[in-house]
Design a protein around this ligand. Structure first.
Ligand SMILES: Cc1ncc(COP(=O)(O)O)c(C=O)c1O
Length: 392
């Protein structure tokens, strides 16, 4: 008899992927579905990056690479941090993984285990608590509210720190709320953290290039000199470069952490895709990348404006205005406080697919991805409004 392991049983399936699958099943029956569930840009990967992948294949760059990525790509990533944030790191501080989710998993597997605590501000990206639980460590949730702009305070952070605290996870710009902490707000959090524990910070900055109006992403490790030894920075290509399927993510961390992650990775996946790695060097270094990213960002900015305007026109919906990423997170509890029931009914009756807030640790809310065209946003939110007006 085959038994399912405790590890497998401790993990919930990704709610966002499950929501996407439900919408696809309904679509297959011929229904027009407005799918706002998936967190991926709908743009094609910029052509110059695809051309670099073709060239890599033609040149025979189709074999295993070192487990943690090629030296050329690690150097390109280190240089990018130097150019972008003035953060001087070296190739030996970088590990490339099969997507940022994989980097986060390996960073946690390399640094925490049973008995350790990992502080996660809520609402949080769906995978954080499961990735922590898989290591045997305990997620400690700290609740940020709509009223606080979905930002935790230094006092809340201090109260959550114990002698078991090993990691604080930060994610600014945030999925699901789009919240972007200011540099000063992050400094205050970091100072409280550094004063009260010897644990480290895992800062997931994957949406760093998708910020709007005056909002600015901060590279947390640059905030205080001590963080160079106590911070793991995560990022990747999926969101800013429209490269979700290429599976390119990375961590920048102290050498001992990179080495431990490298060992884990060598036994798990051997290495990230060679072709993706060669294309990633072009993504980071080509002069064509900045305008390509900026044109996508501008498109997201216009969709964000449209989304905000349409959601603010729906009675009893309380919207948090996002400053980054490509999500709107809003309170629908006046209609139904059970976010799963709300989303199921919304998909079945209005054919609008949203993700329940409970998956992000925030009951009563739903997440809408605006990484889709303006016509879909306008029609879909029109359907949502009509449906809500009927009284759910
Ligand atoms: C906050 C956050 N971190 C990490 C990831 C993982 O991205 P990937 O594994 O595609 O690089 C995502 C994807 O949705 C995300 O929203």
């Amino acid at each position: 008899m085959i038994r399912i392991s405790k590890l497998a049983e401790s993990v919930k399936p990704s709610a966002t992927l499950a929501a996407g699958a439900k919408a696809k099943a309904l679509k297959a029956t011929g229904v027009k579905v407005y799918d706002f569930s998936l967190g991926e840009p709908d743009f094609p990967t910029p052509a110059h990056i695809c051309a670099a992948a073709n060239e890599a294949m033609e040149k025979g760059q189709t074999h295993y690479t070192p487990a943690g990525g090629t030296a050329e790509l690690k150097t390109a990533i280190a240089k990018w941090y130097g150019r972008t944030y003035g953060f001087e790191c070296k190739a030996e501080n970088v590990i490339v993984s099969n997507g940022a989710k994989h980097s986060i998993h390996n960073a946690l597997a390399a640094t925490v285990g049973p008995g350790d605590e990992v502080i996660i501000p809520t609402p949080y990206w769906v995978s954080y608590s499961d990735l922590v639980s898989m290591t045997g460590a305990t997620p400690v949730l700290v609740e940020a509210t709509l009223e606080s702009g979905f930002k935790i305070t230094p006092e809340q952070l201090k109260a959550a720190i114990t002698s078991r605290t090993r990691i604080l996870m930060l994610n600014s710009p945030s999925n699901p709320t789009g919240t972007v902490y200011s540099r000063v707000e992050l400094e205050e959090l970091v100072d409280v953290y550094l004063e009260n524990t010897d644990g480290c910070i895992l800062s997931d900055e994957i949406y760093e290039q998708l910020v709007y109006n005056d909002a600015k992403a901060t590279c947390v490790v640059t905030l205080r000199p001590q963080l160079k030894d106590r911070c793991i920075t995560i990022s990747g290509a999926s969101k800013s470069y429209a490269m979700t399927g290429w599976r390119m993510g990375w961590a920048v961390a102290p050498v001992a952490v990179v080495k431990a992650m490298d060992t884990i990775q060598s036994q798990e996946t051997s290495c990230p895709s060679s072709v993706s790695q060669y294309a990633m060097i072009t993504a980071l270094e080509s002069q064509e990348s900045a305008p390509a990213i900026e044109s996508m960002r501008k498109e997201f900015a216009a969709r964000r404006e449209l989304t905000i305007r349409l959601l603010q026109a729906i009675p009893k919906v309380k919207l948090h205005v996002p400053d980054g990423a490509f999500y709107a997170f809003f309170d629908v509890s006046a209609y139904n406080p059970d976010s799963v029931a709300f989303c199921n009914a919304c998909l079945e009756q209005a054919h609008v697919n949203l993700v329940p807030g409970i998956a992000f640790g925030a009951e009563g809310f739903v997440r809408m991805s605006f990484a889709t065209n303006e016509a879909t946003i306008t029609e879909g939110l029109g359907k949502l409004k009509e449906w809500l007006a009927k009284g759910v």
